[in-house]
Write a protein that binds this ligand. Structure first.
Ligand SMILES: Cc1cc2nc3c(=O)[nH]c(=O)nc-3n(C[C@H](O)[C@H](O)[C@H](O)COP(=O)(O)OP(=O)(O)OC[C@H]3O[C@@H](n4cnc5c(N)ncnc54)[C@H](O)[C@@H]3O)c2cc1C
Length: 524
């Protein structure tokens, strides 16, 4: 996947079957779907792939235990089916994990045990294994840091986990391999209309500032929390469709939550669930659900959200964590579909919605990362009708995602590169220096940076440290320390000068400071 080639194909073509605006889970999924059906597809992302909400998830592939409690069986079943498909089609970036619900009342043991059995049943043939009720001693051995006073035991259930941005990059690569033109730093600034019908888009390459106009049979708006901004390019009077809700995660050293299994706290003080999930040798704790009006690509955690997570996590731990223990804080905005008379975002359904304007603009929003493939299938089915394209069937149910491998070597710390691990190892032969680690606390080698530039369309230091590797999300201080070396490696590969190196390093450090607890407090 190469940006120069993408720009070349943008220059060569003035008409597409389908243009997709937005390079998050939904837009990338739609590009894979459209291109694999054989449609001439262009995807435009204003910044980097998964820069928005799709890099900020809890990293779960799940039906949603909370939606089960709310009685939304349709959503849970659909998500469980999609979870099963993803674990087959992208096994290198997804895994089947054990989640433990610690219970402190006998009644809780029965209630959650029964609930999770229903979860198993709803998974059907794509189930990951049976729920088990375990003793207090077993719960303590699996969750060694758990508070044991009053503990009655636990429920172990199976769910999926993944690396959200690695999957996003792999989806972009899959779409490109199927013939799509995929452009990051390609911002849509306007819609082209003829006789009140959408005919194409105006876009700016934000790296070169060059502007383009390009046409399509149909345009899809998959811009997450920015959905209304694009709808208003079409019709400024259109009332908002999306209700943004912020979710925050804290990342801690693994010593605060030893063991290999995840924990699900079934009822926080605000009646939601909270997860502690081992991820890339750290632990992610979250999340919150805070309605917000301000829409930005870099949301900031509120102090009360940080306190809420610490308070609820500590309630279940034998030793308490403090703010100083946090390695990184990240916040994301859920693009929830507005529902009349429902103000509490935690009560808004997570189902997706497709809206078609009178001009033919198709907007898709809501949903979950887990259901991106089904959302993509649904929106492309609609696009064929609106764009009057020749109908071809969806083929993504069994389509292997870039990087998929039959056998995954789980002992290799970089196994989530899947089949690209071979490419990485070829780079070790090309330059011995590239075998060196970027930072002593992380398995990423210098070759990961080279691969990101050559094959993954990384254009900035942030692209590498936030989304090709996950260092920014895992440990913001370590990412800051690594920024100069990443900028230099990229500059050598991309033929950039010292001014570029200094500029990239500086702007990455400014951004990364927002992920540190001390600076979060100052930004408030
Ligand atoms: C805190 C939190 C935790 C979550 N955890 C989970 C989880 O564990 N599992 C799960 O399944 N789901 C989870 N979700 C939900 C999931 O992350 C989202 O549903 C999904 O990522 C949304 O993807 P999207 O493509 O709609 O939006 P986004 O990822 O935001 O993508 C939209 C893209 O459009 C781009 N864009 C906007 N305007 C323009 C323009 N004018 N031109 C070009 N591009 C533009 C943006 O830059 C952005 O990259 C979570 C969400 C949150 C907030």
């Amino acid at each position: 996947m190469n940006r120069e080639l993408m720009l070349h194909s943008l220059n060569e073509s003035s008409h597409w079957d389908i243009i997709i605006i937005g390079g998050g889970a939904v837009g990338l999924g739609a590009a894979v779907d459209a291109a694999s059906r054989g449609y001439k597809t262009l995807l435009l992302e204003q910044e980097d792939f998964a820069k928005g909400t799709s890099s900020r998830s809890t990293k779960l592939l799940h039906g949603g235990v909370r939606y089960l409690a709310q009685g939304n069986f349709k959503l849970v079943m659909e998500a469980l089916r999609e979870r099963g498909l993803l674990l087959k089609n992208a096994a290198h970036v997804c895994s089947n994990s054990d989640f433990i619900i610690p219970v402190y009342t006998w009644w809780g043991k029965l209630y959650y045990g029964f609930g999770m059995k229903i979860y198993d049943i709803l998974s059907g043939k794509l189930g990951l294994g049976n729920t088990k009720i375990i003793s207090k001693a077993k719960t303590h051995s699996l969750l060694p840091s758990i508070k044991i006073e009053q503990l009655k035991g636990g429920i172990v259930y199976k769910d999926g986990q993944f690396d959200d941005t690695r999957l996003a990059i792999n989806l972009a690569q899959t779409a490109a391999e199927k013939g799509a033109t995929i452009l990051n730093y390609g911002m849509v600034t306007g819609l082209i209309k003829e006789n009140d019908k959408i005919k194409g888009v105006l876009l700016t390459d934000t790296l070169s500032r060059k502007e383009y106009q390009t046409n399509a049979a149909v345009v899809i708006n998959a811009t997450g929390v920015f959905t209304d901004a694009v709808i208003q390019m079409d019709n400024p009077k259109q009332p908002p469709l999306v209700s943004p809700s912020q979710g925050v995660h804290l990342v801690l050293d693994k010593k605060f939550f030893p063991g290999k299994d995840a924990m699900m706290i079934p009822k926080t003080t605000d009646g939601r669930v909270l997860f502690a999930v081992p991820w890339h040798h750290k632990v992610i704790v979250g999340t919150t659900d805070t309605p917000l009006d301000k829409i930005t690509l870099e949301p900031i955690a509120l102090e009360e959200e940080i306190n809420f997570i610490i308070r609820n996590f500590n309630k279940y731990q034998s030793t308490s964590i403090q703010k100083e223990d946090i390695l990184s804080i990240f916040a994301g905005l859920r693009p929830l579909v507005k529902i009349k008379k429902v103000n509490k975002t935690s009560l808004m359904p997570r189902d997706h919605k497709i809206v078609i304007s009178s001009s033919g603009l198709i907007s898709i929003t809501g949903g979950k990362w887990t259901t991106y493939r089904k959302m993509a299938e649904d929106v492309i089915d609609k696009a064929l009708v609106i764009g009057q394209l020749l109908k071809k069937d969806c083929v993504t149910k069994h389509l292997k995602i870039h990087g998929w491998q039959n056998e995954i070597n789980k002992t290799d710390a970089l196994n989530y590169y899947g089949s690209d691990l071979t490419e990485l190892k070829k780079l070790y032969l090309e330059n011995k220096d590239w075998t060196l680690l970027l930072h002593p606390d992380f398995p990423y080698t210098k070759a990961c940076v080279i691969l990101a530039v050559r094959n993954e369309m990384a254009m900035t230091t942030e692209d590498v440290l936030a989304r090709r590797t996950r260092m920014l999300f895992l440990d913001a201080k370590a990412a800051i320390e690594t920024a100069p070396v990443v900028s230099r490696l990229m500059a050598a590969e991309m033929n950039k000068d010292d001014v570029w190196i200094a500029g990239q390093t500086k702007s990455f450090i400014t951004l990364a400071k927002r992920y540190l607890i001390i600076n979060q407090q100052q930004t408030l």
